[in-house]
Design a protein around this ligand. Sequence first.
Ligand code: KMH
Ligand code: ZN
Length: 309
Amino acid sequence: MSKVIISCAITGSVHTPTMSPHLPVTPQEIAEQSIAAAQAGAAIVHLHARDPADGRPTPSADTYMRFLPQIAAACDAVVNITTGGSVGMTLEERLQGAMRASPEMASLNMGSINFAMFKMAEKPREWKHAWEQPYLLSTEDGIFRNTFRDIRHILQTLGEGHGTKFECECYDIGHLYNLAHFVDAGLIKPPFLVQSIFGVMGGMGADPENVLVMKQTADRLFGRDHVWSMFAAGKQQMPFAVMGAAMGANVRVGLEDSLYLERGKLAPSNAAQVAKVCRLLAELGLEVATPDEARAMLQLKGARQVAFA
Ligand code: KMH
Ligand code: ZN
């Protein structure tokens, strides 16, 4: 068992400000929570940006640059910037942050899915901002588009153009075969990170049986060329982190994927989730990888080879 890489997804574009007062929204909050998550043990921080005025996800590269330098100056965590962006963004908008920042890592969504968040709008709430409920409801009729050409475009512009490597987000078994197409085409080179995602509405469910199918399929298709990570969105986040780690997976936590620390208790911060998963890993006798150990495992370009350090 090698050491476990902990990724922490700091804010995302799924949850909205009304759902938790602890969801980081402003550049300052995103920076502070990223640094604290790294200090708690996260080797990689996965980042989206939000409009500081109302917490709405934004593609603005200027907004990313309001927090990325602070993070780079205060910790050595690997920065992983989303290319998934949020509902309603064009592909070029989705790429803006990463193209400006030239990060060591970025997410790469390995296929189109119905990324449905509308059920979260059903719970009666006093919405803080007018955009939140329509944003969530709109996903009942939305497609999170990631065609083969979209993926190739990201690989060629950001991957080849900036030396960025990818967290390959796989929401279903078919996404592993899509990934294999790009590996066979030489557009994704080993070692690459396969992030198996469970529990997103529109993707594979958070059932333990699915974890085994994903692991077996990834092992069969990629063998030792891949570094396997996994997470479940929502209430299965921690049980799946433990299950995955026990099976040799790396793990991802963070308020992007779950707002809770345990049933019925909102996580006070991303760092609290990182600290909890560190405790769980320690109980399993597993060691946590440092950012530099993660860089070596994933053969990343280095903390100084970015446009914000
Ligand atoms: N929100 C996660 C389920 C991305 O940012 O490109 C997947 C994700 C994708 O983090
Ligand atoms: Zn994300």
